[in-house]
Write a protein of this length. Structure first.
Length: 119
């Protein structure tokens, strides 16, 4: 079983791009603190409808809960092997309300967006 859940705040606005098939792909970075209060930064990738919802509704600083699977990316740069552990999202919960015009937050209503990856 390969399932993980992460809760934290976005460190930047989500980046959206499109695969050659036209499928939306969103990348976001989530910050959380470990037990010793050290920051942990996790890269999350969302596909299809989930990617579009995330790109349309989330911004830097928003609190999210991400459920997905761990994915090890591996590549080689200048002869050196490199790797990075990321999360492929199945579900992203919006854990705070979007800011309203005056900078305050409306009432908190969690919103859940979920989608299967296209492959």
């Amino acid at each position: 079983m390969n399932t993980t859940t992460i809760t934290g705040r976005l460190t930047a606005d989500p980046e959206i791009r499109f695969a050659t098939t036209g499928t939306p792909v969103a990348t976001l970075r989530v910050a959380n603190n470990d037990r010793d209060d050290h920051p942990v930064f996790v890269t999350v990738t969302a596909f299809a409808t989930l990617a579009q919802v995330v790109a349309d509704h989330l911004t830097k600083g928003r609190k999210v809960g991400v459920t997905g699977r761990l994915h090890l990316e591996e590549w080689e740069t200048d002869g050196q092997k490199r790797s990075k552990l990321t999360v492929i999202a199945n579900q992203i919960d919006f854990l705070d309300a979007p800011p309203v015009a005056d900078g305050a937050h409306a009432g908190i209503t969690p919103i859940t967006a979920g989608a299967e990856e296209p492959f």
